[in-house]
Design a protein around this ligand. Structure first.
Ligand SMILES: *[C@@H]1O[C@H](CO)[C@@H](O)[C@H](O)[C@H]1NC(C)=O
Ligand SMILES: *[C@@H]1O[C@H](CO)[C@@H](O)[C@H](O)[C@H]1NC(C)=O
Ligand SMILES: *[C@@H]1O[C@H](CO)[C@@H](O)[C@H](O)[C@H]1NC(C)=O
Ligand SMILES: *[C@@H]1O[C@H](CO)[C@@H](O)[C@H](O)[C@H]1NC(C)=O
Length: 490
């Protein structure tokens, strides 16, 4: 009861802030945060949600902030700027390194500060578990979206790359759980726990949480759906362009990652903790197996070529491979929405001249790649995706996307719907841009229903690329789809 009254009092000044006088201030378990008001909604940017995972806390499960451990702030926290991006290779120039290891910050956008009524959507960004952040331009919620949809949005930065996903025997041996890896997923869980404890004060209903993620954000949710400890932290899940292959164990991945350890020159945990962050990143096996660069993913598969595992079955957060967990009734059984786009790889293809190919080149490339599985496989592929239809770019990206994403997500949806009591929905986006776009500054001009095209529709950020006159209906359908999922399944 006392808590309720305190929360009420905390909201009194906020009534005035809606008139644009005082900046909005909200109470959290760790103290007050001050945000901003813009485009019809409030935002609170860069709220710390964990003890910084630096020094000897590198490669350990992060801990929540608390008064008990004197890790909270003491004055009103200025939540007016986004927090540090987690340290990573610069997606626009991978020879540069950007960000910080002290990066566990989350953001809240909300149309209302009246306690606890609005649905909440928690966004998990993609980027191969190695790039981006929770506030990347055109690829995150904003005030306008919160205002237009009357939903509270939360996004978090989580550890990426070597810092978020390194499995090594030396780390397992020094951990109380006897295992390693998936630190980035553990950060996501901490942020979801923070939402349960705090979102009511930002106008959100902690019992109406939808988690949504795209690309490796979808993969993250795929993993979390097999994590017993997340039960109750969200009530629906929406996975976009997920990679549903997650069955390598920590010891198997650790073996693959031995080359990382060799590159660091370390043989003790202390040495690993003291390494310069840049040295850590530069020690990652990028162009040699286990291929953290994952360049093949924008192309047809070649027999025998696999990337290593970044996310793993760690035996702690993720006790068993997600499909195995689901099949034995241990999945997190919530309504699922599973989406992908029809030409996913028409985004950042491995072969950047794909849009200039003629049909001769198309046929050659299909034979060169799929022919490694046998002549009959490439014959069959060319029968199903014949020359002369639409464009070589369309046929090639459709084929590769069906192989890598659409079919894999159909299987995901099938397994879920056979073993979940909750409803499972599956869609494929076929809408395309009215003219080629350079998605997040990528030099390739995407003409079809590329990776990201769905999330731009849902975030309403197509307008940041060009005036979306022909896309207006598409954007409306995206909004309607999301709304009916939220309405019907809670
Ligand atoms: C807040 O105050 C406590 C007690 O004085 C102190 O231990 C702690 O370091 C302070 N926290 C910050 C973030 O300044
Ligand atoms: C990428 O970064 C490196 C190192 O800072 C720099 O030398 C190079 O010019 C950059 N490349 C581009 C295309 O900006
Ligand atoms: C992972 O799953 C794939 C596909 O089901 C299978 O071929 C592979 O052997 C599995 N790997 C492990 C390590 O279980
Ligand atoms: C197709 O493109 C390749 C590479 O540009 C070129 O060598 C070839 O002559 C072209 N074939 C036809 C039939 O235009």
């Amino acid at each position: 009861m006392l808590q309720v009254i305190l929360i009420y009092l905390a909201f009194v000044p906020l009534v005035y802030s809606t008139h644009g006088c005082d900046p909005p201030i909200v109470n959290t378990e760790c103290g007050k945060v001050q945000g901003i008001y813009k485009n019809g909604a409030y935002s609170f940017r860069g709220i710390p949600y964990a003890v910084p995972p630096t020094g000897s806390k590198r490669w350990t499960r992060a801990l929540p902030l608390s008064h008990k451990t004197s890790t909270c702030w003491n004055k009103t926290y200025q939540a007016t700027n986004f927090g540090h991006t987690c340290i990573q290779r610069n997606p626009d120039n991978i020879s540069q390194i950007i960000g910080s290891e002290d990066c566990l910050f989350l953001n809240v956008w909300t149309p209302s500060l009246s306690p606890g009524l609005l649905p909440v959507m928690v966004w998990i960004h993609g980027g191969s578990l190695q790039f981006s952040n929770g506030n990347w331009p055109t690829y995150s919620p904003d005030e306008q979206l919160a205002s237009d949809t009357n939903i509270v949005y939360v996004s978090m930065n989580y550890r990426l790359h070597a810092f978020g996903f390194m499995a090594l025997d030396i780390l397992s041996n020094s951990s109380p759980t006897g295992t390693s890896g998936n630190y980035g997923f553990m950060d996501q869980v901490l942020a979801l726990q923070w939402v349960q404890r705090n979102i009511r004060n930002f106008g959100g209903d902690p019992n109406k949480v939808t988690v949504f993620g795209q690309s490796s954000g979808g993969t993250s949710i795929f993993a979390l759906l097999a994590a017993p400890e997340v039960a109750g932290l969200f009530h629906r899940a929406w996975l976009m362009s997920t990679s549903p292959v997650l069955n390598k164990t920590t010891p198997e991945a650790a073996k693959d990652n031995e080359i990382f350890l060799q590159n660091t020159g370390c043989s003790t945990i202390t040495c690993l903790h003291n390494l310069e962050a840049e040295k850590v990143i530069n020690s990652v096996p990028w162009d040699v197996y286990p291929y953290w660069a994952m360049r093949d993913q924008g192309d047809l598969p070649v027999k025998g070529v696999f990337d290593g595992a970044i996310a793993v079955v760690d035996g702690d957060l993720i006790p068993e491979a997600p499909f195995d967990a689901w099949k034995s009734g241990k999945g997190i059984d919530v309504p699922l929405l599973i989406g992908s786009t029809a030409q996913e790889i028409d985004f950042f293809p491995t072969q950047m001249d794909l849009n200039l190919w003629n049909w001769t080149l198309y046929e050659q490339r299909v034979r060169q790649k799929l022919g490694t599985f046998g002549r009959q496989i490439s014959d069959e592929a060319l029968r199903l995706y014949p020359t002369g239809e639409v464009t070589p770019e369309y046929q090639y990206t459709s084929m590769a996307s069906d192989l890598r994403v659409s079919c894999a997500n159909d299987i995901l949806a099938d397994i879920a719907s056979s073993h979940y009591k909750s409803p499972v929905f599956r869609y494929v986006v076929t809408s395309r841009p009215s003219h080629p776009i350079h998605v997040v500054e990528i030099p390739f001009p995407a003409s079809y229903s590329c990776h990201m095209w769905d999330i731009f529709g849902f975030f309403g950020t197509i307008k940041d690329y060009y005036t979306p006159e022909p896309e207006r209906q598409y954007v409306r359908r995206c909004y309607e789809g999301r709304d009916s999922f939220l309405r019907e399944n809670g």
